[in-house]
Design a binder for this molecule. Structure first.
Ligand code: SAH
Length: 450
């Protein structure tokens, strides 16, 4: 039995889904962040559970061959990256194995997993960041990221995953906050105004959105902020406030108001122009997401006679980039603002064969089916929790000849593929794509046919 504060030598032999190294001691698994397969460490146990434990590496006695010097000062504290201490090749091997383990061991699917496609950019690849702000520190203000499993801020304004421009934006915001004494939100007491700074930048257009998440009804001195952003940043397009007065750790509230500009930015994907509103989902690594969509289109084997159903469609990126290859596109999305974006995106690109519906994917699929719509291809791109089993049944009843599953979680993907297999849909191609270098996340596209 491993006990808290125990110390021992530990060899790391595997990696967890969260990106921690795993070693075994007395038959129990020990999870140690920021270690790599092959490391021999001096491990200090920080927390124990019934059959496993969490440790930290006090010392690295023998380094793994995959180790490199991390290029970020806060990577061992902030909850964002978990692979900065290993080569990108090693990271890709870990991700490949994760998808293979999920599909083969969990779901007993014996289809080969194609070699993972790495991201060309491993730094500055993101187009979006949400920075919590807190009072404290030397200047009385801290902007950064939450530490792993914590709500303590790790100050960081120059995260390597973000475009360099975000540092300039944060500098302007910090000066404005300090100069005008903008009250900072205090999570414990649920008091104060400014909770988060939310930035988005179109990867192809450069257009910049600044969104302030506030616990209140009004941003003081917004005019001065707008003037500075306009004067200093030529790509600044819109300033938005998001109201979040709830005592919650959900970042965004449900309502936004535009303080300057149109309230959205534009970007392009695969030659189609998209407007992106603050509450709408938009893939964070644009060039790599374009590759992802191309693989999805290739797997879908689209023909001009096809009806395509794009479930969990967001602002319509998947359906609209495929619309010229099919007869008709239907998209379903639960967030109203995203559906509005999708409809306008169709219109502004002169795409006339795409229709979008707001609602829950499972319920909408039933409605579409009762209307007699028979898709030839269904693309699903759900959030991490994956698909409702009822939806898998409805999809099987609609009997499309191809189902393309775009997934951001190998675990739920594997579970759902096993459920599809029970309905006669067999995985034919499995392609992992790395959209999130240096973090634990990995995206996968699967083609299933009957
Ligand atoms: N395909 C899009 C969006 C994928 S993200 C793209 O590539 O950009 C998943 C989307 O599913 C989000 O837009 C989210 O708002 C939406 N969503 C979450 N739960 C849903 C549900 N029950 N029904 C329909 N859409 C849902």
């Amino acid at each position: 039995m491993i006990t808290k504060n125990q110390e021992f030598e530990l060899r790391i032999t595997d990696m967890s889904a969260e990106g921690s190294g795993i070693g075994h001691h007395d038959g129990e698994a020990v999870f140690v962040p920021h270690t790599a397969v092959g490391d021999l460490i001096l491990c200090h146990i920080v927390k124990t559970k019934k059959t496993y434990a969490f440790g930290k590496a006090l010392d690295i006695l023998e380094p793994s061959a995959d180790r490199i010097e991390p290029d970020c000062d806060v990577s061992s504290q902030c909850g964002g990256c978990c692979y900065r201490h290993m080569t990108y090749e090693a990271e890709l091997r870990v991700k490949q194995k994760r998808v293979e383990d999920a599909m083969q061991r969990l779901a007993r699917i014996d289809t080969d997993v194609l070699p993972i496609l790495g991201s060309e950019k491993q730094v500055s690849y993101r187009n979006k960041a949400q920075y919590p702000v807190q009072a404290g520190g030397a200047k009385g203000l801290q902007i950064g990221f939450y530490g792993l499993h914590s709500h303590r801020i790790v100050p960081c304004m120059d995260c390597l995953l973000q475009p360099a421009l975000f540092y300039d934006v944060l500098t302007i915001l910090r000066d404005w906050i300090l100069r005008y004494k903008i009250p900072i939100y205090d999570e414990q007491r649920h008091k104060g105004l400014l909770r988060h700074i939310y930035l988005r930048r179109g990867a192809h257009t450069g257009e910049l959105m600044v969104c302030l998440v506030i616990n209140g009804t009004n941003v003081p001195h917004a005019f001065q902020l707008t003037e500075t952003l306009k004067a200093d940043l030529p790509d600044f397009k819109t300033l938005v406030v998001n109201y979040n007065t709830a005592d919650t750790n959900v970042i965004l509230g449900e309502d936004c108001e535009t303080l300057y500009g149109d309230g959205f930015i534009r970007d392009t994907m695969l030659g189609i122009s998209f407007r992106v509103s603050p509450l709408s989902f938009y893939q964070v690594n644009t060039p790599q997401a374009e590759r992802l969509y191309q693989i999805a289109a290739d797997f879908a084997q689209l023909t001009p006679e096809d009806t395509l159903l794009d479930l969990y469609c967001g602002i319509g990126t998947i359906g609209l980039t495929m619309a010229d290859k099919v007869r008709q596109v239907y998209g379903v999305e639960v967030i109203p603002d995203a559906v509005l974006d999708a409809k306008r995106n169709a219109k502004e690109n002169d795409i006339e064969n795409a229709e979008f519906f707001c609602g829950d994917a499972a319920a909408a699929a039933v409605r579409l089916r009762s209307k007699g719509i028979q898709p030839d291809v269904i693309v699903v791109d759900p959030p991490r929790k994956g698909l409702d089993p009822v939806l898998i049944g409805t999809i099987a009843d609609m009997a499309p000849s191809r189902v393309v599953y775009v997934s951001c979680d190998p675990g739920t993907l594997a579970r759902d593929c096993a459920r599809f297999a029970e309905q006669g849909y067999i995985a034919r191609k499995i392609q992992p794509v790395d959209l999130f270098p240096r973090t634990a996340h990995v995206e996968t596209v699967v083609l299933m046919t009957k």
